[in-house]
Design a protein around this ligand. Structure first.
Ligand SMILES: *Cc1c(COP(=O)(O)O)cnc(C)c1O
Length: 416
């Protein structure tokens, strides 16, 4: 197949339109694999940007979308409701941390983050704190690509060119204590002093709990979240957990915040919510946050799209139908064993594994052409970026495939 039209007209993520990096033509997917136009099967080492958690094209999820499409593909959500939206809420009631049961259905993760920030600001305004309209976040964080979400993502990261137009937020140092290392109180000092200095301007703090994903690939100590919860409560600042990447088992717990045993006031979920089939995310708030907000000022055209809600219902049924925890534990042990040898690799600075996430922090990554060659030779789809060669495989990835993923990561690390 010739991809001339793609090159002539179609923009790809984080890419130039006129001199794009190479792309592969995908025609099908199943289980842990993506099938290319020429029939080549690639093991999807990154779950299609972390969303195909239970494998690709799960029959039950595809069937739910098809069946819903034949009845009600969409209806506006102002003035209407529908069964898939309510059935999804019932499932979320079973899964979400208790008390986080007011769901705003957003059309993507970034939009769920926008909604979470807007909820926090509207809440503060409704309870009389009109000046509390700024947000604190962590260096090394990532919360999406829309303007509000960029404003709370790592200020030195990929979005820095927008700095002049983004709302100015406050950033604390990245938590330095490792997830499985010793806790030191000094690790919270930067956040604590920021909260002290700005408490009368702050509506909320937003963090990715335990795992800073796209901008850091970093696992930090659960004690940080317990300190943060207490500090926010003391100062009347809302706490937002962005579990879009970490939710639904990825780190070994249903939600990563369970490692700390604390709950946020607002939580965002997305990515694996629909098992990698269709875009949907949720901003969930507690009653305390929701109650004072007279009219929440957000309403996307495709809000609560019935196809997406039906996919999410089927995906959550799938999640509760198998022992995902043992699968994630199995993946964690296998990745730990397999990636340990990468520590001796000259290009590798650090090796980090938690749950079904394995990351090599490297000095340099191979160029796109070399990466493409290695992907096709190894039959493993990986997408190194910045200083990271990482995997987040679907939970259904078997041991043989995990071994191939780890070996492809090693080859990529050695290729510079
Ligand atoms: C991917 C991601 C987002 C953005 O979600 P999109 O669906 O890509 O808009 C937000 N927060 C975190 C933590 C993410 O990993």
């Amino acid at each position: 197949m010739d991809y001339a039209t793609d090159r002539a007209n179609i923009w790809h993520p984080y890419a130039s339109a006129v001199t794009p990096p190479p792309v592969l033509g995908a025609s099908a997917s199943d289980g842990a694999c993506i099938v290319l136009d020429d029939g080549t099967r690639l093991i999807d080492g990154i779950s299609s940007w972390w969303c195909a958690a239970h494998g690709h094209s799960s029959p039950a999820v595809v069937q739910a979308i098809q069946s819903q499409a034949s009845k009600l593909p969409h209806v506006m959500f102002a003035g209407f409701t529908h069964k898939p939206a309510m059935e999804l809420a019932e499932r979320l009631n079973q899964l979400m941390p208790s008390g986080l049961n007011r769901y705003f259905y957003a059309d993507s993760g970034s939009i769920a983050v926008e909604c979470a920030l807007k909820m926090a600001i509207q809440y503060q305004s409704a309870v009389g704190h009109l000046h509390r309209c700024r947000i604190a976040a962590l260096k090394g964080g990532y919360h999406g690509d829309t303007l509000g979400a960029m404003s709370v993502s790592d200020p030195g990261g990929m979005h820095r060119i927008f700095r002049g137009v983004l709302p100015e937020q406050f950033f604390a140092e990245r938590p330095a204590c490792r997830f499985d290392g010793d806790w030191a109180d000094a690790d919270f000092a930067s956040m604590e002093s920021l909260l002290d200095r700005h408490s009368d301007e702050l509506a909320a703090v937003i963090v990715e709990p335990i795992f800073q994903g796209a901008n850091a690939m970093w696992f930090y100590h659960p004690e940080y979240l317990r300190k943060l919860r207490a500090a926010c409560t003391e100062r009347g600042i809302l706490l937002i957990f962005d579990e879009i990447a970490t939710g639904f088992g990825r780190t070994g717990r249903l939600f990563a915040s369970e490692y700390a045993g604390v709950q946020p006031d607002i939580m965002t979920i997305g990515k694996a919510l629909t098992a990698g089939t269709i875009s949907l995310a949720v901003a969930a708030a507690s009653d305390r946050v929701a109650a004072p907000i007279q009219a929440f000022l957000h309403g996307p055209t495709f809000m609560a799209n019935p196809l997406a809600c039906a996919a999410a219902c089927a995906s959550l049924d799938l999640l509760s139908s198998y022992d995902w925890k043992s699968e994630v534990n199995r993946i964690e042990s296998r990745l730990k064993a397999n990636l340990a040898s990468c520590r001796t690799c000259a290009n590798v600075r650090d090796v980090r594994v938690l749950g079904a996430i394995g990351a090599l922090e490297v000095d340099r990554i191979p160029d796109p052409e070399t990466t493409r060659k290695i992907v096709l030779e190894t039959g493993v789809w990986l997408r190194p970026y910045d200083h990271f060669i990482y995997t987040m495989p679907p939970f259904v990835t078997d041991d043989a495939a995990l071994d191939r993923i780890a070996s492809a990561m090693r080859i990529l690390a050695d290729a510079v």
